[in-house]
Design a protein around this ligand. Structure first.
Ligand code: I3P
Length: 109
């Protein structure tokens, strides 16, 4: 699965609250491959395989859990991603179909 999403970091690994200057929403071209969610700057970055950026932002989804972020009311179509190493992210998708599709893809790979 691939597509544009907005991402916000809430907790870094070991449930450490993400510092203020890193908590803002940012757009990425997101691809899921081999249990790793790669966050590319854009589709071009994905094609050119500009791996330094995307490796830096990669998220391991083995033993991760994606759930609708019903408690986050500032934006629509947002899911929460909790990872095995206790990091936590919010992802905003474009509509309810995309929201469910990302959640299912992450949880059932
Ligand atoms: C963050 C930015 C985020 C906001 C976050 C701020 O500031 O405004 O949009 O999250 O609030 O810290 P900055 O741009 O300076 O990094 P929300 O959109 O969810 O409010 P937070 O610290 O309460 O997460």
């Amino acid at each position: 699965k691939k597509g544009y999403v907005m991402r916000k970091c809430c907790y870094d690994s070991n449930a450490k609250r993400t510092p203020f200057h890193k908590r803002s929403w940012k757009m990425f071209y997101c691809t899921l491959r081999d249990l790793i969610l790669y966050l590319h700057k854009d589709e071009n970055g994905f094609r050119k395989n500009q791996m330094s950026d995307s490796l830096h932002n990669a998220i391991r989804i083995h033993h991760a859990l994606a759930t609708k972020a019903a408690d986050y009311t500032k934006k629509q179509y947002v899911f929460r991603l909790q990872t095995a190493d206790q990091a936590e992210y919010l992802f905003q998708t474009s509509d309810s179909k995309e929201l469910q599709s990302w959640i299912d893809t992450i949880n059932f790979v």
